[in-house]
Design a protein around this ligand. Structure first.
Ligand code: FES
Length: 147
C-alpha cells in the first residue's frame, strides 16, 4: 500500500509532467513575472478578473518539479475565487495540498515562487484600481511581508 509521502511524490511528478492551467491568456487584466535568482527558474501568471472574481488564470515558465506542481495547485485554488479570497491565500494552503509543509528551507522558494507572482499580480491590479491611498499603503505593507 502506498504511503501518503508516496502519493504526494507521485502527484508532484504528475503535475510537473502535465501542468494544469499552463499557458497564456489573450488580453489579460493583469500579468506578472518573477524568477528565483538562485536557480533562474521563472514564472509568469496571467489573470482575467470579472466582477471582482478571477474568472481565468494561467501560468507559464520553467521550474523544477516542485515549482511546477505548486503553480498548478495554486492556479486551481485561485480560479473562480473573489479578489479578497485570493488575497487571503496562504503558503500553507499551497504546501498542504502536496504534503510539503515540512519542506527544507532551500526548496521553499521553489514551492512559493508562483504564490509570490500571484500576490504581486494581485497587488499590481488592486493598486491600479484602488482610489483610497490608505488601501494602497496597506497593500504595499502586505506585499512587503508576504513570507
Ligand atoms: Fe528553481 Fe526549484 S530549482 S524553482
Amino acid at each position: 500500500m502506498s504511503s501518503n509521502a508516496d502519493i504526494y511524490h507521485e502527484m508532484i511528478i504528475d503535475y510537473s509532467r502535465n501542468p494544469i492551467n499552463y499557458g497564456t491568456i489573450e488580453n489579460p487584466d493583469v500579468t506578472f513575472h518573477d524568477s528565483n535568482p538562485l536557480c533562474g527558474d521563472s514564472i509568469d501568471i496571467d489573470m482575467k478578473i470579472v466582477d471582482d472574481k478571477v474568472s481565468d488564470i494561467k501560468f507559464h515558465g520553467k521550474g523544477c518539479a516542485i515549482c511546477m506542481a505548486c503553480s498548478s495547485v495554486l492556479t486551481e485554488i485561485t480560479k473562480g475565487k473573489g479578489i479578497e479570497e485570493v488575497r487571503n491565500i496562504t503558503k500553507h494552503d499551497v504546501l498542504s495540498e502536496l504534503g510539503l509543509e515540512n519542506l527544507q528551507a532551500v526548496r521553499i522558494k521553489c514551492a512559493l515562487l508562483s504564490l509570490k507572482v500571484l500576490k504581486s499580480a494581485l497587488y499590481s491590479y488592486l493598486g491600479k484600481h484602488m482610489k483610497d491611498s490608505q488601501d494602497v499603503d496597506k497593500l504595499k505593507e502586505e506585499a512587503a511581508n508576504l513570507y
